[in-house]
Design a protein around this ligand. Structure first.
Ligand code: PMM
Length: 267
């Protein structure tokens, strides 16, 4: 069964929960509620990557996430991952208890990222990425999106291996919404097995994104239901984990799929 990664953005401007959990106390309560809802991993992010977002300095980002990580009792919570493109934030977060570094740039934004992670025992998520959010759509012209994403992720795996990160610590992510329009995203989704077939663990994040909003509309609950459907379909395609805002709804969807597919004969 796929793991569920709950999203905790301590940013004023992320896709959908931005601004809600900026205070450490609120963010801590939210982390606990993600854990109660059944999150296996909590992904803490201090810099928004939404289209057009302005970048924050690594210092501001570190300040945001470290205050939270210090207030979280890591032992009493699921595994923590740190959503960052900065090596310095990644190292500080791992020192504060994070066990996964989730880099949406796949190690491209900060040349120190891969060597830094290699010095830790942390896992790393390498997401497909073609540039910072300010201009990512301009850079995203694809002839064969599935082949190009697979090839570019393969190159990032080679870079990570070269930096000294063991293969079993590397997780891939197609980067839904990152420099991809809705049609690109659905084409990638339909061909997710191409990525899960590369031999690395795969993480996917569709939660409340534009591709979902175009189907579900503005209502958050509707978006979470549509997200949960994509979580089941991604799990069927063999992903290791799904990154979602509404952990309870995705968990329920995964349990329902399990019951449907469970023991017993099919005719
Ligand atoms: N999406 C966002 C942020 N971080 N990390 C990974 N690995 N995969 C994603 O798809 C991803 C990510 C943007 O969404 P948010 O602003 O709602 O967190």
């Amino acid at each position: 069964m796929a793991l569920v990664m709950g999203i905790l953005n301590v940013t004023p401007d992320s896709f959908s929960d931005g601004g809600r959990f900026v205070g450490v106390a609120d963010a801590t309560v939210h982390a606990q509620s993600l854990a109660r809802a059944g999150a296996d991993i909590i992904d803490v992010g201090g810099e928004s990557t939404r289209p057009g977002a302005t970048r924050v300095s690594p210092e501001v980002e570190r300040e945001r996430v470290l205050a939270l990580l210090e207030s979280l009792d890591a032992a009493a919570l699921p595994m923590i991952s740190i959503d960052t493109m900065n090596a310095s934030t990644a190292l500080a977060a791992v020192a504060a208890g994070a066990r996964v570094v989730n880099d949406v740039s796949g190690g491209l934004a900060d040349p120190d990222m891969l060597p830094a992670v290699a010095t830790t025992g942390a896992d790393i998520v390498l997401q497909h990425w073609r540039g910072h959010s300010a201009d990512m759509y301009r850079r995203a012209q694809y002839g064969d999106i599935v082949g190009e994403v697979a090839d570019e992720l393969g190159a990032r795996v080679q870079a990570a291996l070269h930096a000294g990160i063991p293969r079993e610590r590397i997780i891939l992510d197609p980067g839904f919404g990152f420099g991809k329009g809705p049609a690109d995203n659905w084409l990638l989704a339909r061909n997710l097995r191409r990525l899960t077939g590369l031999g690395q663990r795969v993480l996917v994040g569709t939660s409340r994104k534009r591709m979902i909003a175009e189907i579900a509309g503005a209502d958050e609950k509707h978006r979470d239901v549509a997200t949960a459907v994509t979580s089941v379909l991604a799990a069927q395609a063999g992903v290791w984990a799904v990154r979602v805002h509404d952990v309870a709804t995705t968990r329920l969807a995964l349990r329902t799929w399990r019951a449907w597919d469970g023991p017993g004969e099919s005719s």
